[in-house]
Design a protein around this ligand. Structure first.
Ligand code: CMP
Length: 160
């Protein structure tokens, strides 16, 4: 080891993704645990907002699920108490955050993932994470203005 940081080639892609720590995770005092996993992965939180979302925002956010059997329960749950909305940045942040979260259904989520370690029920799956660049852009814009986002230079960049 020369002590020189390993440098990735040009394929590295810095992305932003949207995440929400859901009401049940706040109730269960899991916010710190979840944020800690995001940080230890090497991702950067560049915006955070504690908010109780109204039905209109929840319905816009989850519009693709309108008509599904779980939709009404999902909207009720997501508006039942505060969430922590986040913008998370880093290399391949969209996929990285979804890997940390694990599959949507906690019953199928492996141990070591947030949903696998802490969840039992699909509707109470602790965290939302955008599933594509288009979803990330749409969801970030629903919850945050440009001024809310505080990019910072990551001093660990070369070492992650
Ligand atoms: P999320 O990643 O926030 O995106 C849509 C949400 O709908 C999902 O997490 C779950 O909370 C919820 N959901 C998806 N499928 C089901 C289901 N079969 N039953 C109950 N809730 C679901």
């Amino acid at each position: 080891m020369s002590g020189e940081p390993h440098r990735e080639g040009p394929s590295v892609s810095v992305e932003r993704t949207f995440s929400m720590i859901k009401p049940g995770a706040l109730q269960r005092r899991l916010v710190g645990e979840i944020l800690s996993r995001v940080e230890r992965k090497g991702l950067r939180v560049v915006a955070a907002k504690m908010m109780t979302i109204d039905r209109g925002l929840a319905e816009r956010h989850y519009a693709e699920h309108l008509g599904k059997p779980f939709y009404a329960g999902l909207i009720d749950y997501m508006t039942s108490g505060p969430v922590l909305a986040l913008v998370v940045e880093g290399e391949n942040a969209i996929g990285a955050l979804r890997s940390l979260a694990g599959p949507t259904a906690p019953a199928e989520a492996p141990a070591g993932t947030i949903r696998g370690d802490f969840g039992c029920r699909t509707q109470r799956n602790l965290i939302h994470a955008s599933d594509s660049p288009a979803s990330a852009a749409r969801e970030i814009a629903l919850f945050f203005s440009n001024e809310d986002i505080q990019p910072w230079k990551d001093g660990n960049d070369e070492w992650l």
